[in-house]
Design a binder for this molecule. Structure first.
Ligand SMILES: Nc1ncnc2c1ncn2[C@@H]1O[C@H](COP(=O)(O)OP(=O)(O)O)[C@@H](O)[C@H]1O
Ligand SMILES: [Mg+2]
Length: 248
């Protein structure tokens, strides 16, 4: 479209939050986990990443959080090539991403409240500015009575909800979640999904890895399926919901 052509190139690139081109990856000395993966996640899209256990879903998310580097191909985040990004620039890039790890990675010596407040503190915000927001978020994920609890004293489901609260408290533009409902019952799972959906409606690009195909189908979002190292887009929907898996 002509209007699109006239847009400044920086802005144009920014409309694709994630872009993978011919990405390959294998852990050292092992067969490749990802082969020739192509993917575009437009800004404001919502997708599930499905596939059997061991297919490489967590590995793909680790590439996106720059915890691993691809052995082939190129990855762009927020319009910037991150394949060759210097180590020193990685923390700043990561701060733009809300990541929910499968194993939570909470700081055990910090209270639930301080775990959620940490990303805001790291951004230089003051307690008086963020305290209410943190409290509201904790109440929203059902941890209203556990502000002072240390993570080791929380149940698996509580830890999961805390990890989600921490990941989204800064309202990141990209949210990556690895099996975020694996430790909660269906009702809480639905509630957490609604949280991801509301953040998506506010503009966040969301990618949720799950082995639970039923969950993925239930929400009618874009579906990406990973198997045998190959990524496939199924049930494509109109933009911006649809992922674009480019032809090789
Ligand atoms: N740190 C690692 N070192 C070596 N192999 C790994 C490592 N992490 C995962 N793998 C292997 O990579 C493959 C993909 O794993 P993973 O990304 O965790 O799959 P998924 O999240 O879909 O279950 C599996 O065969 C797994 O054993
Ligand atoms: Mg996994």
């Amino acid at each position: 479209m002509p209007t699109q052509e006239r847009r400044p190139s920086a802005l144009k690139n920014e409309t694709d939050i994630v872009r993978l081109r011919n990405v390959g990856f294998g852990y050292s000395g092992r067969p490749s986990v990802l082969r020739d993966v192509n993917l575009i996640l437009p800004q404001g899209s919502f997708h599930f990443l499905t596939g059997p256990s061991g297919a490489g879903k967590s590995t793909l998310l680790r590439l996106l959080t720059l915890s691993e580097r691809p052995s082939a191909g190129r990855i762009d985040l927020f319009g910037q090539d991150v394949t060759q990004i210097p180590r020193a620039a990685i923390p700043q890039m990561r701060r733009r991403i809300g990541m929910v790890f499968q194993d939570f990675r909470l700081l055990e010596h910090l209270s639930a409240f301080d775990n959620v407040a940490l990303p805001l503190r790291l951004n230089g915000e003051k307690p008086r500015d963020y305290a209410q927001d943190v409290a509201e978020m904790l109440r929203w994920v059902g941890l209203g009575g556990r502000f002072d609890a240390l993570p080791p004293s929380l149940s698996g489901g509580e830890k999961q909800r805390l990890a989600i609260a921490r990941a989204v408290i800064t309202r990141p533009r990209l949210i990556l979640a690895d099996e975020p409902t694996g430790s909660v019952d269906r009702a809480m799972g639905d509630k957490l999904m609604r949280l991801f959906q509301s953040l998506n409606k506010l503009g966040a690009t969301v990618l949720i890895a799950t082995h639970d195909e039923e969950l993925a189908h239930q929400y009618g979002a874009g579906l990406l399926h990973l198997e045998n190292g190959q990524l496939q887009s199924i049930e494509p929907q109109p933009r911006p919901q649809a992922p674009v898996v480019e032809a090789v």
